[in-house]
Design a binder for this molecule. Structure first.
Ligand SMILES: O=C(O)c1ccccc1NCC(=O)[C@H](O)[C@H](O)COP(=O)(O)O
Length: 219
């Protein structure tokens, strides 16, 4: 059963409180101008205070340069950086060294062959996040509410630390857990009533569904 659950794309006190009250281990803030979940570093810095000692605050960036990362790290003091663009292993290593923070590299998957992208990042990134490839025409590298074939994850080494992401919701998370048994889960649009608008009821329902799946597996 998942050790970690990340609620991503938070912008309000209410949504953050719902994530924390329900037991999120990670809370994510998106720094990508085209996203409906985009947040200013200073606002994320204020929000993330409530997460201290409860959940790790994750700054999600897309091919960000040092100047933007400096601004984010200074304003919000994240616990982790999620690199959700086409950052190379060398760039991941550079970011890790520059900020001394754990890094989660996001990779987008559709089929088994896409897992070849994992090897070059092993020993470089601290964690992986496996998301679906964006649909054609999407301007967003993540947060598209699209899932992939979770069966491809069963061929991964058991020690690989990753979050399963992409198109999860309360209705399908039980199946995702039964198939892939991932160490972590990440969700964004599946707990929204509209793009970028988190819904506290959907957040609670997602955690309930995870708990229900946990009971089924334990029985
Ligand atoms: O969510 C976004 O808008 C976003 C924009 C740019 C880069 C990454 C983004 N999201 C990253 C995440 O970690 C999402 O939670 C992940 O892609 C899953 O999203 P969803 O399919 O909506 O659950």
């Amino acid at each position: 059963m998942p050790r970690d659950i990340k609620i991503c794309g938070l912008k309000t006190d209410e949504a953050l409180a719902a994530a924390l009250d329900n037991g999120a281990s990670h809370v994510g803030f998106i720094f990508f101008a085209k996203s409906p979940r985009n947040i200013a570093p200073v606002d994320a810095g204020r929000l993330r205070q409530a997460a201290r000692g409860k959940a790790r605050a994750v700054a999600v960036t897309v091919d960000a340069d040092d100047a933007f990362l400096d601004e984010i790290v200074t304003a919000m003091a994240p616990d982790m950086l999620q690199l959700h663009g086409s950052e190379s292993p060398e760039r991941v290593a550079e970011v890790k060294a520059r900020y001394g923070l754990p890094v989660m590299k996001a990779l987008s998957l559709r089929e088994k062959g896409d897992l070849a992208a994992v090897a070059p990042y092993r020993g470089v990134t601290d964690h992986f996040l496996f998301d679906a490839k964006p649909p054609k025409g999407s301007e967003l590298p993540g947060g598209n509410g699209v899932s992939f074939d979770w069966r491809i994850l069963t061929s991964l080494d058991a020690d690989l630390d990753y979050m399963l992401s992409g198109g999860l919701n309360a209705d399908n998370v039980g199946e995702a857990l039964a198939i892939a048994n991932p160490p972590g889960l990440d969700i964004s649009s599946g707990v929204e009533s509209a793009p970028g608008v988190k819904d506290v009821r959907l957040i609670a329902e997602f955690f309930q569904a995870v708990r229900a799946a946990r009971k089924i597996r334990a029985a």
